[in-house]
Design a protein around this ligand. Structure first.
Ligand SMILES: NC(=O)c1ccc[n+]([C@@H]2O[C@H](COP(=O)([O-])OP(=O)(O)OC[C@H]3O[C@@H](n4cnc5c(N)ncnc54)[C@H](O)[C@@H]3O)[C@@H](O)[C@H]2O)c1
Length: 401
């Protein structure tokens, strides 16, 4: 079977590598430099070994390309393009739209189009289907399904094979084809009764994390005002064997999903006239953490941070990965520089970022541990500066959230 994947980023390349190689897999991406890199067998995604990629490229089971004509006779096309927020924090579906126009322009035979990009409920039915059909030479070629991706970057425990896969087609035939496709490389499938349920479930999963992280971030502030340890309190609450799930406070939320997906749900709610107060408040609370951390550091280092040398340690959004997307370090750096501080950052996994390079550990008046990678020892972090503020709860004896 010929399968094409539109978008060869985190989701698309992981999928291309997971599909059994007796299928012919075309990885289409609009970025020609990325395609050249992939053709050379060089992986840009942590967790995908260049050797595995190289093998699939050389034996012809995986064809990276920027030539859309190569997807023409595919039986399955998976959309895995970005769904970010625009400058006004509104859903930006421009990449999905462009992927649909590509599909519409090249397909001449029957195909199942599956959307794996995260988006609001109704995207498959109300945007993807009409857009493809209005621009294609025959609307009868297409069937549609959705299967939101749940990949957890850097996770050693959860992968495409063992993470249960949600799916639903617009018709029973589309659902059956999607089931046949995913069952060839996913252990557990869960069919839902409509694409809207699958789309909404994906948004709700990440909104659940966003809201709970905001709650614990707020609680960290209450605990500090009470003069008690937020971490010990959470550990104590976590001894309850039912009805409690532990989340940890931090300098904010980062990554591709949690800072973004809840806004898709909030926007949908607003269009329906339903207030999404929790989601919006959680977003505000998490964003406020940068200001809170700075207020705590200023209180310990009066009168202000102007001219102070401050080093952020760990700018990736989570431990042990090099991924800086939406990292809370961005807001911290902006706010600290706004306060006149002389800010550098150190991250052994992120050598360069936003036109700056990782500085050597140490040499600042103040260090802020934003993300704790295993490769940096506790001793080295504590010794790096006379004052170290820990936003991760992993150091002993330093000021922390
Ligand atoms: N990264 C994650 O951890 C993760 C997890 C679950 C779901 N998702 C969702 O999956 C989708 C893809 O995310 P990602 O992390 O893979 O994004 P990414 O930015 O890593 O990769 C997207 C790729 O799509 C390409 N692209 C953009 N427009 C295109 C077009 N019209 N045609 C062909 N290629 C195009 C880009 O060049 C890029 O290489 C998003 O909706 C995201 O929310 C991501």
């Amino acid at each position: 079977m010929k399968i094409s994947i539109i978008g060869q980023g985190y989701v698309g390349l992981n999928l291309a590598m997971a599909i059994p190689s007796h299928h012919e897999i075309v990885g289409y991406d609009v970025n020609p430099e990325l395609v050249t890199r992939l053709l050379g067998g060089n992986s840009h995604i942590e967790g995908i070994a260049s050797e595995d990629l190289s093998l699939k490229v050389s034996n012809g089971s995986y064809i990276p390309t920027s030539d859309s004509s190569l997807i023409t006779d595919s039986e399955i096309i998976v959309i895995a393009v970005p769904t970010p927020l625009d400058a006004n924090r509104q859903p930006d579906l421009s990449y999905v739209r462009s992927a649909c126009l590509t599909i519409a322009s090249v397909m001449r035979s029957k195909v199942l189009v599956i959307n794996e990009s995260t988006s609001y409920p109704g995207t498959l039915r109300d945007l993807i289907k009409p857009l493809i059909e209005e621009n294609s030479f025959s609307s009868s070629l297409f069937e549609y399904a959705v299967s939101p991706e749940r990949v957890d970057p850097g996770s050693k425990s959860w992968n495409l094979f063992n993470t249960p896969r949600l799916y639903s087609g617009l018709t029973p035939e589309a659902s059956n084809k999607a089931k046949e496709f995913y069952s060839s490389f996913c252990k557990e499938l869960h069919e839902v009764s409509s694409p809207e349920i699958a789309e909404a479930a994906k948004l709700f999963e990440n909104t659940f994390r966003q809201v709970n992280i905001a709650l614990v971030n707020e609680f960290a502030q209450i605990a500090h005002a009470l003069g008690i340890s937020v971490y010990e309190t959470l550990d104590a609450a976590d001894t309850k064997p039912y009805g409690f799930m532990k989340f940890l406070p931090g300098a904010g939320v980062g990554g591709h999903c949690i800072p973004v997906d809840p806004s898709y749900l909030s926007e949908t709610a607003s269009k329906l006239g339903v207030p999404a107060r929790f989601i919006d408040l959680a977003n505000e609370t998490n964003l406020y953490m940068a200001d809170y951390v700075i207020a705590r550091i200023t209180a310990d280092n009066p009168p202000n941070l102007e001219g102070r040398k401050i080093q952020l340690i760990g700018v990736a959004y989570k431990p042990n990965v090099a991924d800086t997307r939406e990292t809370p370090a961005i807001r911290l750096i902006e706010r600290l520089r706004g306060a006149g501080a002389d800010v550098t950052w150190h991250d052994p996994l992120v050598s360069s970022w936003k036109g700056e390079t990782s500085s050597a550990l140490g040499g600042a008046d103040i260090a802020i541990l934003v993300t704790r990678h295993q490769v940096i020892s506790e001793k080295a972090i504590i010794a790096s500066s006379p004052y170290v503020f820990d936003t991760t709860g992993t150091l002993t004896g330093t000021p922390s959230l």
